[in-house]
Design a protein around this ligand. Sequence first.
Ligand SMILES: NC(=O)c1ccc[n+]([C@@H]2O[C@H](COP(=O)([O-])OP(=O)(O)OC[C@H]3O[C@@H](n4cnc5c(N)ncnc54)[C@H](O)[C@@H]3O)[C@@H](O)[C@H]2O)c1
Length: 387
Amino acid sequence: MADRLKVLLVGIGGYGAGYVMTALGMEDEIEVVGIVDPFADKSPAFDDVEDLPIYNTIDNFFAAGHTAQAAVISTPIQLHCEQFCSALEHNMHVLCEKPLCASPEEAEKMMEAANKHPELKVLIGFQWSFSPAILEAKKQILSGVWGKPLSMRVIVRWPRAFSYYERNDWAGKLKDSKGNFVCDSVLSNATAHYLHNPLFMLGADMQHSAEPSKIEAECFRAYDIETFDTAFVKLTVPNAQGSDTKVFIAVSHACEETVAPTIEYAFEHGRMWCSNDDRLHGELNGELKEFGVIGSNLEGYFNKLTRLCECAQNDAQSPCLAGTALPELETAYYIINNIPVKQFEKKLIEEFTTTSKEKRLKVNGLDAILLESFDKMKLPSELGVAL
Ligand SMILES: NC(=O)c1ccc[n+]([C@@H]2O[C@H](COP(=O)([O-])OP(=O)(O)OC[C@H]3O[C@@H](n4cnc5c(N)ncnc54)[C@H](O)[C@@H]3O)[C@@H](O)[C@H]2O)c1
């Protein structure tokens, strides 16, 4: 028990509630020493932490005489930069949720802060990058056994209800109610993992992600939001093997069906895929290869907190530094700021109530277009479809 990592949880509602459950369950490795969340009592995890010191800011936690060795930040995107820098200033290792932050300028500040504190570990919480299955696959890609990565395609059909966009003051917004830049869209938030992962897999080494040399995208909205709820993205990405990989991503919160993400990565000597089962499968030179469970959901929290402990206590390497997460942020930021968003044709949009009594929108015909687009790796305009 003496060597438990003293952890401060920053943001315990929404996704952060899972960090409370997981960290409290890891009692041999982690001691949760405090909470920073001005709305902590609204969290479903509040009952489990109400006896701990709870503060509105990291500064207030330390000013009251408490200490911690690491911070886990799971707060709105527009707070990541300030809280990440503050955690480092207070000498804490940091596990900060994805995406990195709201803008490349903020990313610059975060990387400067991290460089000022080389003794502290920084981890950005894209859970696929903490998955032993994904890390093994990346190692093998870098070893060259799979040959050149030819193409990578991803489809995510995750409809969201009105309540998703109403849950806070920043969902689907370019700026929050205080004017802070947020840059929240289906691509930069819920499905950011599936933009990050191809770039991560194509990176030049285990801690780098590749940067696209060409970005094309078509973005749409059905919901009354500032950004978009559906995106088709086509990237040209120079890979570690010296060639270009075509990457295609089709994601939506306004489709009809909820389907677990599918990824298909094609190589000169085989292919890797994950479809519906949260496991990474492969076929190399005609032989099946099982990489195992990826850990998108609950295992994701555990993998991230376990690696935080290993980094802080055993000097392990972070699998996702601020710089590793930067190409995802820059790509999503480019798309949000340069690609005009089209409103779906009104006649295609239908409001309905789900069996679980949630009100949501669906765009009729969109699921078929997402599937065709994914299949052919073509943008809707290239398919000649009207949305
Ligand atoms: N890794 C994943 O799979 C995954 C999934 C969902 C969300 N996320 C990420 O988690 C982060 C939080 O997203 P969310 O949907 O839970 O957001 P949210 O707005 O629902 O909740 C964020 C939490 O932060 C708290 N908070 C607000 N202001 C704060 C402040 N100044 N200081 C401390 N806490 C504050 C809120 O009270 C709330 O408890 C985002 O970066 C999001 O992208 C990651």
